[in-house]
Ligand binder design. Structure first.
Ligand code: 4AD
Ligand code: MG
Length: 433
């Protein structure tokens, strides 16, 4: 076959009308009568209608092609023609049509339960909604890397198997590592902190693990964690990097994936409208707002899903909440110089009720303060001695943050449940397929 092989999205276009081309893909939908079959074929780029005639293909090839069940893999050559009735407005008039591998009756069809679709996730990921979401997710990762590269951050590869449960021991997965206890990483932060001494600006994109039993629509037990750490920075620089990164991601996704966003119910203009600086409010101001919104909290209580939803439901832009009480935050966060009950840290909350997408802080540099906090929370001190070395040898002010990639995808793609932002979701009740 000498015809040029084209992605389907390119085969069905003004420029190819009247020309010969070749496509390959999977049967998406099919209908035939008499000697005429309309077979819609899908590949990674799009769909096109193939029109096949018995007269042209011959009896045997026509019989095989027109009876191929959906998801059979096929290869077709033919001439492209305009046809207003065809999806996308073009069709491929087949001169040859081959079935590579005929499919058995596909077990996925409309009206099935979420549980069934999750059991068959390896097949249900072919759905157009999941495909659009995964394309947007890839763009989010790509644009984040581009932004950080532009700002002179180097991508690191911190370990996943670790002796430190940095975000609180109760939520870490533990396992036996050749006779000693170890953990699946909850955060790369401590390692990134070590790496700023030689490299100053670093980031990583790794899986993070949280053994949270909570079944919510925004928690996974394994998620993609984008973490950034910078030497010689404080709260101000940290906030500016976070908002710059998020605005860049939103603009790139809107520019490069508008069709996918539309298909998911997200207007690209809404993403183009995301503009830094984002509003900053202190935790104590958040409590005041929450009181007027009918969600009163006492000082020292953490914002939960409901409070974050209340604060952001009517918003179009992300919101920073800064200076949380130290008692509800991790041991490494720097105390605020003016009010030692508070930390110099922040969360970024996505608008429209989606809530926390980033957790961030300046890091405590005083070794005695760190030791006292670790002891108070009952940490095994010998596991943290290496981390305390970072305060012994040329400590500097530094800060960083962690962005939950699936949380960002959930917001941008307007997904109800976080499991729909990742191909093989891991939740308390699911570790297969
Ligand atoms: O707020 P967290 O726990 O912060 C840290 O782990 C810091 N050590 C990060 C750092 O400064 N380097 O987690 C960071 C982000 C959250 O804001 C949220 O977006 C996401 O990770 N996240 C989850 N995403 C999905 N499922 C879960 N169970 C998540 N837990 C946190
Ligand atoms: Mg957090």
């Amino acid at each position: 076959m000498s015809e040029p092989l084209l992605p389907i999205a390119e085969a069905g276009s003004k420029d190819t009308v009247g020309k010969q081309c070749r496509i390959r893909g999977w049967v998406y939908r099919t209908r035939s009568s008499g000697g005429l079959a309309f077979v819609v074929v899908r590949d990674a780029s799009g769909i096109i209608q193939v029109t096949a005639r018995k007269q042209v293909l011959g009896d045997e090839a026509y019989a095989k092609f027109s009876s191929a069940l959906i998801e059979s893999s096929v290869e077709v050559t033919g001439e492209v023609a305009e046809d207003r009735r065809a999806p996308g407005g073009y069709e491929l008039r087949a001169t040859t049509a081959l079935v590579h591998a005929p499919a058995e009756p596909f077990p996925i069809f409309s009206g099935q339960t979420d549980e069934f679709l999750l059991d068959k996730r390896h097949l249900s990921i072919r759905s157009s909604e999941i495909v659009a979401t995964l394309k947007v997710k890839a763009e989010i990762l790509h644009s984040a890397r581009a932004y950080l590269d532009e700002h002179k951050y180097l991508e690191m590869t911190p370990p996943i198997l670790t002796g430190n449960a940095a975000e609180g021991g109760s939520e870490a997965f533990t396992f036996e590592y050749f006779g000693r206890e170890a953990y699946l990483s909850q955060t790369a932060q401590l390692y990134l902190e070590a790496l700023i001494y030689p490299l100053e600006r670093v980031y990583s994109i790794t899986p993070s693990f949280r053994a949270e039993k909570s079944r919510t629509n925004r928690h996974l037990t394994e998620y993609t964690h984008l973490e950034v750490e910078s030497a010689w920075t404080g709260l101000k620089e940290n906030l500016e990097l976070q908002e710059g990164l998020i605005a860049h991601i939103c603009h790139e996704v809107a520019t490069r994936r508008p069709r996918e966003l539309e298909a998911l119910g997200r207007k690209p203009e809404e993403m183009l409208a995301i503009t830094a600086p984002f509003e900053r409010i202190r935790y104590e101001e958040a409590l005041e707002r929450l009181k007027t919104l009918g969600h009163p909290l006492e000082f020292g209580q953490d914002l939960g899903t409901n409070e974050e939803r209340a604060l952001t439901a009517e918003r179009k832009q992300p919101l920073f909440v800064t200076n949380y009480p130290a008692e509800i935050k991790a041991f490494y966060m720097l105390r605020n110089a003016g009010d030692s009950r508070l930390v110099d840290g922040n969360d970024m909350l996505a608008p429209e009720g989606y809530g926390e997408i980033i957790g961030a802080s300046c890091r405590e540099t005083d070794i005695e303060v760190l030791k006292a906090r670790l002891e108070k929370q009952g940490a095994k001190m010998e596991n943290y001695d290496w981390y305390l070395d970072l305060r012994r040898y040329g400590s500097v002010p530094h800060s960083g943050f962690g962005l939950g990639v699936e949380r960002v995808v959930r917001w941008i793609c307007k997904r109800e449940h976080i499991r729909d932002t990742t191909p093989f979701p891991r939740t308390p009740s699911r570790v297969t397929p």
